[in-house]
Ligand binder design. Structure first.
Ligand SMILES: C=C(O[C@H]1C=CC=C(C(=O)O)[C@@H]1O)C(=O)O
Length: 409
């Protein structure tokens, strides 16, 4: 299960400062890259010093923590930079459903990073010289339905809304998938470059074939400080500036969306409070305006009470009501019953962790699983008792546009 490729254990790790590397994504030599980028800052990685398939089940985060403690804890580290993200780093993607296989952790052999005017390179072992393979356009993209057609999905949304009205649950997030096929193999570097340029406010990520640009920060840990950006409540962008403003105002005033957002905030508050010495959640959400949609957004900050790592916090928070529902266990049952698909890494935690337990993890939204010429794209939304299936479908279509743009340009 655990694989170390071309390196010895303990891992010999070296981090050195480097001059401004320019566009981090342009440095990626291969088409199977690791990335976590926002506003040009973050980490990109390539090669695999170690990787593991995390076994599914209720203890998967504890299992992952032990694997990381073993691999990163015993590494021989020469770190001349000493900042979050320097030294050995593991990238990870966890499936939405704990019972689904597909969760992975990888320690890349090389990581190039930049934050706050500093840049550094981490290498593990004798990193082989990379030849830069040229990036090729995937050509024409055709789309097909995933597990459900659009009308079938609308029907499922209507059923979920009826069950909410009957009192079985308060909120559930339902998603659907689309299957894209390209003329030529899809080079993930091209998708990342497009996403990072068009969605600079989002976290553009790539971990083991899962690629996307998510606006939702599940958790960032820097020492004892933590941050989260909670999103729930969405409207597509308008056709003009005036239409945009009107839609934003309507979203802000919408009882359905405010309630949907409150469920998400409550779930985050409930899971973070026991871990924190202090925690601040705003009384009112703000509007986050992205190129395709507008969201209700709440910026949460806190200070951890003890030495929980970022992965411990991820384990406590996932799944928030922004991707599961309220109450969580009932919502997960309804998702399993109604969606008719395995979400794989979509809506699961994705991000990175360093040897000190610092890191950044997002919720893998606006994303797709890339394999050869194929991409499986995912999008969904929060369903409430008064949800209109046609509006929910329109919202999901607006969210699909992120990955459709990545594929088509
Ligand atoms: C489930 C998704 O979005 C979530 C995050 C932000 C807003 C959401 C909403 O308004 O429904 C969803 O909770 C998705 O992008 O597939």
């Amino acid at each position: 299960m655990s694989v170390a490729l071309g390196t010895t254990r303990p891992l010999p790790v070296r981090t050195t400062p480097v001059g401004d590397p320019g566009d981090l994504l342009a440095s990626l030599p291969r088409s199977a890259p690791y990335a976590w980028i926002r506003h040009g800052e973050g980490l990109v990685g390539w090669g695999e010093a170690a990787r593991v398939a995390v076994p599914p089940g209720p203890h998967r985060f504890a299992w992952a923590r032990e694997w990381l403690a073993d691999i990163l804890g015993e590494a021989h580290v020469d770190d001349a930079v000493n900042t979050p993200g320097s030294g050995p780093v593991a990238f990870g993607s966890f499936t939405f459903d704990e019972s689904s296989p597909g969760s992975v952790l990888t320690v890349p052999q090389a990581i190039l990073a930049r934050r706050g005017g500093r840049a550094w390179l981490t290498t593990i072992g004798d990193t082989p010289l990379e030849t830069f393979t040229p990036i090729r356009d995937p050509g024409h993209i055709s789309y097909g339905d995933g597990s459900l057609t659009a009308p079938e999905w609308e029907h499922v949304v209507a059923r979920a809304a009826a069950r909410i009205r009957d009192g079985e649950l308060e909120k559930v997030v339902l998603a659907r998938d689309l299957l894209a096929t390209a003329e030529h193999p899809i080079d993930i570097r091209l998708l990342l470059t497009r996403l990072a340029h068009r969605y600079p406010d989002c976290y553009t990520f790539s971990v083991a074939g899962l690629v996307g640009a998510t606006p939702e920060l599940l958790i960032r840990r820097t020492g004892q400080e933590i941050e989260s950006l909670v999103l729930a409540g969405t409207t597509p962008r308008g056709s003009s500036a005036a239409d945009d403003l009107a839609r934003g105002a309507a979203l802000f005033a919408s009882e359905k969306d405010r309630h949907e957002h409150e469920c998400a905030i409550a779930s985050v508050r409930q899971t973070l409070a026991p871990l924190c010495a202090s925690l601040h959640t705003p009384d009112e959400p703000e509007l986050l305006v992205l190129p395709n949609v507008q969201h209700l957004a709440s910026h949460v900050v806190g200070r951890l009470a003890d030495g929980a790592s970022v992965l411990d916090v991820v384990a406590a928070m996932h799944p928030t009501a922004a991707v599961g529902g309220t109450p969580t266990a009932t919502a997960i049952d309804v998702i399993r019953e109604l969606e008719g698909m395995d979400r794989a890494g979509y809506a699961g935690p994705v991000g990175w962790i360093d040897a000190h337990g610092d890191g950044e993890w997002g919720i893998a939204l606006r994303s797709g699983l890339i394999s050869g010429r194929r991409a499986r794209l995912f999008a969904g939304g929060g369903i409430m008792g008064n949800s209109d299936p046609a509006s929910e479908l329109a919202e999901a279509q607006a969210k699909f546009r992120v990955m459709q743009y990545a594929l088509e340009g």
